[in-house]
Design a protein around this ligand. Structure first.
Ligand code: GLY
Length: 390
């Protein structure tokens, strides 16, 4: 393990505190500590493995757990929104039951956000809850999905419409191992998608103890894009720090004014478009559908424009968010969107809606956001106008 590893503590109100370790090699290095953390002798370990990971990297990590005395079962899951389903969850649970694993024996989630969400949900349900250790292998999962205990799958309506993360559970991990050595295998597009969540954190971080996060991120993009280890460790640790403080304050997303819902900045817009299979980030149909992070990037601009239309922020913030998104190599506009009425109806399906009323997390200043109930439809539509191409 490299010397530059960092540790961030997460303190949820209803579950034991846990550590996020950030560094190169942390997933392997933890193998000898897992039994001690769980207070059990090494026994059976069920690894849910992202099908997109290089086999040699997975073998290296899981081999370390075998050397530490764990009998490892692998269950490979495809990292796609369609595969993030009740059917996949059923398959994982059946495979888990097939091992005979008992209540104190753990699940290890090795992969991106989709795999972490499915594995975490399976761990929450199997025998009514077994320990899970999240080992995020994408930037997006490391800075967001793996921390905070949200797990789940998408639900498909009879019409075929996919509702994002509509079935799930809060199930906090016992540890998170953000191993930046896994990022080497990420394609450019997938890596950049993770930066969208970093921009999101930078747009709320002033209230959460890291005022300079966005400026540092945008000023360090060259080092980050060339995946310099030290820059990646700092990027992940600072973003996890913001997320840990937000989750510690409002684990169950109950705050009426913000709290954990602040982490949904850009996401209600994003959820309305990311399951539309024809949308592409650059006009090339071969690149459809949008990656979650690409949809979030567009959603951040739309949220800023909505907020500016309501007079909650200076109009100039929209340009600054757009420039930040563009600097990360993420899309700032998109063609082929349905009309505003259709999009706003899809936003009302989002699980953050309450009594059919829309609630949006919107920027209200530099590095600050709030949860706003009932934004006027014209302002919500101004958000969509800000990202329509052509
Ligand atoms: N990704 C948003 C949250 O964890 O609350």
């Amino acid at each position: 393990m490299s010397g530059s590893a960092r540790r961030v503590r997460v303190e949820p109100s209803s579950a034991p505190a846990y550590e996020v370790r950030v560094g190169s090699g942390v997933a392997r290095a933890f193998a000898g500590e897992l039994a001690g953390l769980l207070g059990v002798p090494a026994g059976r370990l069920f690894a849910v493995v992202d099908a997109g990971l290089p086999a040699s990297w997975v073998d290296g990590v899981l081999g370390a757990y075998e050397v530490a005395g764990w009998a490892v079962t692998r269950c490979v899951v495809a990292p796609s929104e369609r595969a993030k389903s009740l059917e996949t969850l059923g398959g994982v649970l059946a495979a888990l039951a097939g091992t005979g694993q008992e209540r104190r024996e753990p699940v290890l989630a090795l992969g991106g956000g989709i795999v972490g969400d499915v594995a975490g949900f399976a761990a929450s349900a199997y025998r009514r809850g077994v320990p899970v250790v999240q080992c995020p292998t994408t930037l997006l999962a490391a800075v967001d999905a793996s921390v905070g205990g949200k797990t789940g799958v998408n639900l498909a309506l009879p019409s075929g419409e996919l509702l994002k993360n509509m079935a799930g559970a809060f199930h906090q991990p016992r540890a998170v191992l953000a191993d930046v050595s896994a990022f080497a295998s990420l394609g450019e597009r997938e890596f950049r998608a993770g930066l969208a969540e970093c921009v999101k954190h930078g747009l709320i971080s002033a209230d959460w103890g890291d005022e300079g996060l966005l400026a540092w991120t945008l000023g360090s993009l060259e080092r980050i894009m060339s995946r310099e280890e030290e820059a990646l460790v700092e990027l992940v640790a600072r973003n996890v720090g913001v997320k840990a403080r937000v989750v510690g304050d409002d684990e169950r997303e109950l705050s009426e004014t913000g709290g954990r819902a602040l982490l949904n900045l850009g996401h209600t817009y994003a959820h309305a478009i990311e399951t539309l299979a024809h949308l592409t980030p650059d006009g090339d149909p071969a690149h459809a559908p949008l990656h979650h992070g690409e949809a979030v990037a567009l959603g951040l601009i739309a949220a800023a424009a909505c907020s500016a239309s309501m007079g909650l922020v200076e109009a100039s913030l929209v340009g600054r968010v757009r420039a930040g998104v563009a600097a990360c190599g993420l899309p700032v506009a998109i063609g082929g969107l349905p009309d505003d009425g259709t999009l706003i109806a899809r936003m009302r399906h989002d699980k953050k809606a309450s009594g059919g009323r829309l609630r949006l997390t919107l920027p209200v200043g530099e590095g600050r956001a709030r949860l706003i109930a009932d934004p006027p439809e014209a302002s919500v539509a101004a958000g969509w106008s800000a990202i329509r191409a052509g």
